[in-house]
Design a protein around this ligand. Structure first.
Ligand code: ZN
Length: 100
């Protein structure tokens, strides 16, 4: 996968203020809010290394795994429907749910 060598994990990207551009083999492209995604991955204790991210992503059009993950400036607004919790209360519920 051709991720920029300067960035190893999702956290590196968030720190730089970048988002993730994801492209599927079917041609569907989405930009994902990297900050929310990082928190989501942390909650689930998933691997946040860039080449591992695709294991937990799927295409909303065809259901396949993304073929390519690219870095995008955060100025590029996320296009993917927000599947992550929005409020603190929702986050707490996710974390509690995972612990029980
Ligand atoms: Zn697809």
């Amino acid at each position: 996968m051709g991720a920029n060598a300067k960035y190893e994990t999702l956290s590196d990207i968030v720190r730089k203020g970048l988002n993730l551009g994801v492209q599927c083999g079917c041609g569907n492209v989405a930009v994902i809010d990297a900050a929310r995604m990082e928190r989501w991955y942390m909650c689930h204790m998933w691997d946040k290394r860039l080449h591992m991210l695709r294991d937990h992503l799927y295409c909303l059009r065809c259901g396949g795994r993304p073929r390519e993950i690219r870095l995008r400036p955060s100025g590029q607004v996320p296009t993917a429907p927000n599947r992550f919790p929005v409020t603190e209360e929702q986050w707490v519920r996710v974390i509690r749910g995972l612990r029980s």
